[in-house]
Design a protein around this ligand. Structure first.
Ligand code: NAD
Length: 305
């Protein structure tokens, strides 16, 4: 009997071809909403998702043969890991495959904020020549504070060093680093950084890590970037800090609600010094190819085929 693999969020074409190349697998690919997905779950042995599908306890409970939940990407916050563990279901992901893409977006946000690229574009499209209002700052010589020096944090550090920035980082689990990066405590990072970027997973300890108290310890005129997960930066505290001028600008790829619909998020998005993208950190051709190939190879390995 063929092993039923259901791909519920789109995978890269080459990855789909590779998956379909194995005769032992019966592959279906279609985005089903939760109720429809639950209906097919009894037959599914491998469920492949990206971030759109929420693999909640009831989806897992609806399965009978599920062996593998494969997340093509990094974050596992859309999967009920406890329930999967309880049921003995393997959870696979592709850490690292999108690190360069997220790092490049982070650096892009730093440039966009520093040189008013989005505002300049919008003004020009509205027929306004705002040259005098858009004096920027250089990145070279400034201090970047990286919170979370994992795969993405390190890629950001490399690029920032290449731009002539000084890099300080806080990560309680990193004790040494083979780059010209100073490991500091959070207070020191807040005190010295001109730009702060977060690259930690969203967990109870990192939820609202950047809150009112953290903002109060930062330099006036700091830039904040969140390309990690919505909720690591407390959005209402960020809004307050932007309005008070404590924060000079913010770059956001992720939001507490996605798509961002809360009143706070709408107000954040209305500010000229907020640069925002719709969770596209890993959305590059290269990252999606790597993610797709890696997740399919991991599925084959886990199934022993
Ligand atoms: P990683 O696991 O390689 O690195 C995370 C680092 O955070 C680790 O070094 C860990 O020690 C550190 N950390 C944990 N708790 C911490 C704390 N309290 N304070 C400081 N550091 C702490 O993960 P990664 O691949 O670098 O991903 C980082 C984040 O980026 C994740 O939240 C991931 O979901 C997110 N991400 C976003 C996108 C996007 O599309 N925007 C794409 C991929 C990943």
């Amino acid at each position: 009997m063929a092993i039923r693999v259901h791909v519920n969020d789109p995978l890269d074409d080459e990855a789909m071809e590779l998956l379909r190349s194995k005769g032992d697998l019966e592959v279906t690919s279609e985005h089903l909403d939760k109720e429809e997905l639950k209906k097919i779950m009894p037959d599914v042995e491998v469920l492949v998702v990206r971030s759109a599908t929420k693999v909640t306890a009831d989806v897992i409970e609806a399965s009978q043969k599920l062996r593998i939940i494969a997340r093509a990407g990094v974050g596992l916050d859309n999967i009920d890991l406890e329930k999967a563990k309880e049921k003995g279901i393997k959870v696979l992901n592709t850490p690292g495959a999108s690190a360069i893409s997220v790092a490049e977006l982070t650096i892009g946000m730093m440039f966009a904020l520093s040189r008013h690229i989005a505002r300049g574009t919008m003004d020009l499209k509205e027929g306004k020549w705002t040259k005098k209002e858009l004096k920027g700052v250089e990145l070279t010589g400034k201090t970047l504070g990286i919170i979370g020096l994992g795969r993405i944090g390190r890629e950001v550090a490399k690029r920032a060093l290449g731009l002539g920035m000084k890099v300080v980082a806080y990560d309680p689990y990193v004790k040494e680093i083979d780059m010209d990066v100073s490991l500091v405590d959070l207070d020191e990072l807040y005190k010295t950084a001109d730009y702060i970027t977060v690259h930690v997973p969203l967990m109870p300890e990192t939820k609202h890590l950047i809150n009112d108290e953290a903002f109060s310890k930062m330099k006036k005129g700091v830039f904040i970037i969140n390309c990690a997960r919505g909720g690591v930066v407390d959005e209402s505290a960020l809004l307050k800090a932007l309005k008070e001028g404590k924060v000079a600008g913010a770059g956001m790829d992720v939001f507490e609600t996605e798509p961002p619909t809360s009143d706070i998020e709408k107000e954040l998005l209305s500010l000229p010094n907020v640069v925002a993208t719709p969770h596209i950190g890993a959305s590059t051709k290269e990252a999606q190819k790597r993610v797709g190939k890696e997740i399919v190879e991991k599925i084959f390995e886990a199934l022993g085929i």
